[in-house]
Design a protein around this ligand. Structure first.
Ligand code: ADP
Ligand code: MG
Length: 713
């Protein structure tokens, strides 16, 4: 690779293709280059005697050319014979330049690297890497790194760039004595070793990443990640929030007294955990996780009452209108008899009604505002927002969570200029003004039915407080899941006929056809017609995303009231819909759904005392991951187990919905395999931040650079 000539002019040099390719890979700083590790290695440190060459094994040999000629058969080939003391090998070039023929003239000493073939004409190498040996060209003293390269980024260029990045990078030890386990090398040693390992090293240990140099790298990475999470938490703790405490004999106790059920032990525990958060003068940042049907809504209502009782407002947001509406009804049922004023706000509330709602929120008259996530984008102003509750928060991508956090932090009145650019949630309007009241920030409670697996909770979500409802309300019977090949669709319809005859209610979910709402809709419409014809005397309804909200609500209320026996729906029913009498869930083309989504859908049944069944209709052929997902569904109904398998099938990046951002999360460490290192990093991070804040900051910067912000989401 020729070096670019030094340019005398001060004008910025145009970037070369390899430079651009490096930037694309995020190889910007010296440290980035130093942390760009080889995929594998080539051994150029020793020579194999030609007689010892074995079929298929890569090897390096050295010898003198004894013959060199172009053979003119159907296609021209360059054939070169090279010999050493032990024997000879034939080099075969199917494409070649005349210069190569001159370079390999008889008598020249060559060093060759390639894979040997033992064929009819003896030992051969096809297109080996050839180097002319002058005098005593020394052998490499370290293994040669092979980096992930491309046509735009040739190996030789990258090798050079990494080597100089490695030489220039500041790899000083940042961590104080005693932090790093004694048996691990320094970062500098580790990197030098991994880029240029000595010839005797165990390639197996390098490949399975168990070598101490690898361990050091993984430890560093995990530590940086723990530090950044912990740091985010400390920063949040500097902020102020209203102290919210329920009064004796107040709203909370009054709701508990009128509920038709008593809380499960798990619900009581999480209610208490949340109450403690709200009573602190720092904004809460808590995730409430509990499997579908575990009863999160009532916990949200009780939390809202704590805020309202203390004289503050609460906002509750859900991802879809149907779900928001359902929350709204339930909350109105529970709270209005207690004299609490509940407002309703979604994208479809328009005109005067909308203005009235906005006024009620802004004046403080509405104590609870229920709506869709549109509330976040909209120009909603609260007089005294004390608590924001986000239901099904996992439906947010990482970028959206960041935006939400920015909103909560602060583009409210008196909070300074709005942050960032356009909202990734799609709002083009100026900023929402529902941020802090004075300098106080609202508490934030997020709820999710997709539990975060433990390993992720300890890493990416380490700055989040987590409460878990790990028990279902009593009287639920387990859901049995069955697989049906698409060919047996009529059997499924027979089963439905039988079930609705017994008074059961049934969901039939049609899949989302990629990128095509129209096809999607047609499938649902056809299925609806088919089922209506097959089930005379039964009401069969249809629900899809394109219906106006009023119609959706009408269909939903017929179904939840029990008048409608079968509801054919697209995935609009995915989250949160609660009809306890429904006991059969049919999911068509189940192979097209993600595991978390299937689990959510299945959670729509099994809510009452009736034994429930989930039928998954699939169409062959199934992909491996499709098979794994369906298998998981049949084998378990435990949301945590489902989440764990989902993580296994998809990997953490996709699990967290970060794929669209393209950012890598952990590059070296593996959460499962490196659990001991993770534990160590978790233990060390708090102390390090406290006693060596400068070192901690430098560690975060070195490892995460610009990604630190992203990881806070
Ligand atoms: P999710 O956690 O999926 O949001 P919901 O809050 O919708 O679950 O609750 C599911 C159903 O269980 C609702 O009908 C709710 O009223 C009921 N429920 C909640 N808590 C209890 C309880 N402790 N005992 C009996 N039923 C309960
Ligand atoms: Mg819910």
């Amino acid at each position: 690779m020729p070096e670019a000539a030094p340019s005398p002019s001060p004008a910025p040099k145009p970037k070369s293709a390899p430079q651009k390719a490096m930037e694309k890979l995020g190889l910007l700083r010296d440290i980035d280059l130093a942390l760009h590790l080889p995929l594998r290695y080539e051994d150029e440190t020793k020579l194999t005697p030609m007689a010892a060459l074995r079929e298929g094994e890569p090897a390096q040999v050295e010898g003198v050319v004894t013959d060199c000629q172009v053979e003119a058969r159907a296609r021209k080939q360059l054939l070169v014979r090279v010999a050493d003391d032990s024997g000879s090998v034939l080099l075969r070039f199917l494409h070649f330049y005349p210069s190569q023929q001159r370079q390999m003239a008889v008598g020249t000493r060559l060093r060759l690297r390639g894979e040997a073939r033992v064929g009819f004409f003896g030992r051969e190498m096809v297109h080996p890497v050839v180097k002319v040996v002058i005098e005593d060209t020394p052998l490499a003293t370290a293994l040669t790194p092979v980096y992930p390269a491309s046509a735009q980024l040739p190996q030789a260029y990258l090798r050079k760039a990494v080597a100089s990045g490695l030489a220039r990078a500041d790899l000083r030890e940042l961590l104080p004595e005693g932090v790093v386990p004694r048996e691990l090398p320094s970062l500098k040693e580790a990197l030098q070793f991994l880029h240029h390992p000595p010839p005797k090293v165990s390639l197996a240990q390098l490949e399975d990443h168990s070598h101490p140099a690898w361990q050091r790298l993984k430890f560093e990475e995990l530590l940086a990640q723990q530090l950044s999470q912990r740091q985010a938490k400390l920063e949040r703790e500097k902020l102020r929030a209203p102290v919210l405490k329920a009064s004796q004999g107040g709203l909370v106790e009054r709701l508990l007294a009128v509920l038709p059920f008593s809380l499960t032990a798990a619900q009581q525990r999480v209610v208490e955990e949340i109450a403690q958060d709200l009573a602190r003068p720092q904004p809460a940042h808590r995730l409430l996780q509990g499997d579908v049907g575990s009863g999160k809504t009532v916990v949200a209502a009780l939390s809202a009452l704590v805020a309202i009782d203390a004289g503050w407002q609460c906002a509750l947001m859900a991802p879809t209108e149907i779900l928001a509406e359902q929350h709204f009804r339930k909350l109105v049922d529970w709270l209005e008899p207690m004299g609490i004023r509940v407002a309703w706000l979604t994208g479809s509330v328009k005109g005067k009604a909308r203005q009235a709602m906005l006024d009620r929120a802004a004046s403080g008259e509405a104590q609870l505002v229920v709506g869709t996530h549109a509330v976040i984008e909209d120009k909603v102003r609260f007089a005294r927002l004390g608590l924001a509750v986000i239901d099904e928060q996992h439906r947010f991508g990482v970028a959206q969570r960041l935006a939400l956090r920015a909103k909560l932090k602060g583009d409210g009145p008196g909070a300074g200029p709005p942050q960032g650019g356009a909202s990734p949630l799609g709002g083009s309007e100026p900023k929402a003004t529902w941020g802090p009241t004075g300098s106080l920030e609202p508490h934030l409670l997020m709820m999710s039915a997709t539990p975060i697996p433990r390993t992720l909770a300890m890493t990416y979500f380490a700055d989040l407080d987590v409460s878990t409802i790990d028990e279902l309300p009593p009287g639920r019977s387990p859901i049995v899941t069955k697989l049906f090949a698409a060919g047996r669709r009529l059997d499924v319809i027979d089963k439905i006929r039988y079930e609705v005859g017994q008074g059961a209610q049934v969901y039939w979910v049609c899949p989302l056809v990629e990128e095509s709402e129209t096809v999607d809709l047609r499938n649902a419409t056809e299925t609806h017609a088919e089922l209506a014809a097959a089930l005379p005397g039964q009401m069969v309804g249809l629900l899809h995303g394109r219906m106006p909200p009023k119609e959706k609500a009408a269909v939903m209320s017929l179904f939840s009231g029990g008048t409608m026996s079968v509801l054919v729906a697209t995935t609009v029913i995915e989250v949160g819909v609660d009809v306890p009498n429904a006991s059969l869930m049919v999911i068509e083309h189940a192979e097209r759904f993600g595991l978390a989504q299937l689990h959510q859908l299945r959670g729509r049944v099994g809510r009452g005392a009736k034994a429930s069944v989930c039928v998954l209709i699939y169409t062959a052929p199934l992909s491996d991951t499709g098979k794994a997902r369906l298998k998981a569904m049949v084998e378990t109904t435990d949301g945590f187990e489902i989440a764990r398998r989902d993580l296994e099938i998809r990997g953490p990046g996709e699990f967290m919905g970060s794929r669209q951002s393209g950012a890598e999360l952990l590059r070296f460490a593996d959460l499962q395999e490196d659990a001991p290192l993770l534990q160590m990093a978790r233990r060390l991070a708090p102390e390090l931040l406290e006693r060596h804040p400068g070192a901690a900051r430098a560690q975060i910067q070195r490892w995460l650079g610009t990604k630190a912000e992203f990881l806070k989401a």
